[in-house]
Design a binder for this molecule. Structure first.
Ligand code: SF4
Ligand code: SF4
Length: 101
């Protein structure tokens, strides 16, 4: 049987692939479609980007990104969220240390 950590890692990879494939945030020239990144002020943000595997951040979209995303992507992200609940894995913004503490 897979551990929660293994499941988390698998779902993280799945979510990362979806973000690459659909690119709902449309990041270009240091800006996303909302104009201001949702990571601002997060303790895991470094000058080179996120320093942790934040699955909930991978499946969360702001209203602007949601309004531009295809329904198919939203359903796939919702499915990942449902599986997190099914496996009783905490859904919190932040890193793995917060999830598995
Ligand atoms: S979710 Fe919204 S605010 Fe965050 S990076 Fe994507 S477009 Fe920008
Ligand atoms: S943990 Fe989430 S909000 Fe924080 S830097 Fe990483 S992706 Fe952004």
């Amino acid at each position: 049987m897979k551990s929660k950590l293994e499941i988390y890692n698998e779902l993280y990879e799945e979510a990362s692939e979806l973000m690459k494939q659909y690119d709902p945030c449309g990041i270009k020239d240091g800006k996303c479609v909302r104009g201001r990144f949702c990571c601002d002020g997060c303790r895991y943000l470094s000058p080179t980007g996120c320093t942790t595997k934040a699955l909930v951040c991978r499946i969360w979209l702001c209203e602007k990104a949601k309004s531009k995303a295809p329904e198919e992507l939203l359903l796939k992200l919702e499915d990942i969220s449902t599986r997190l609940w099914q496996y009783d894995i905490k859904q919190e913004r932040g890193g793995m240390k917060d999830i598995f503490k």
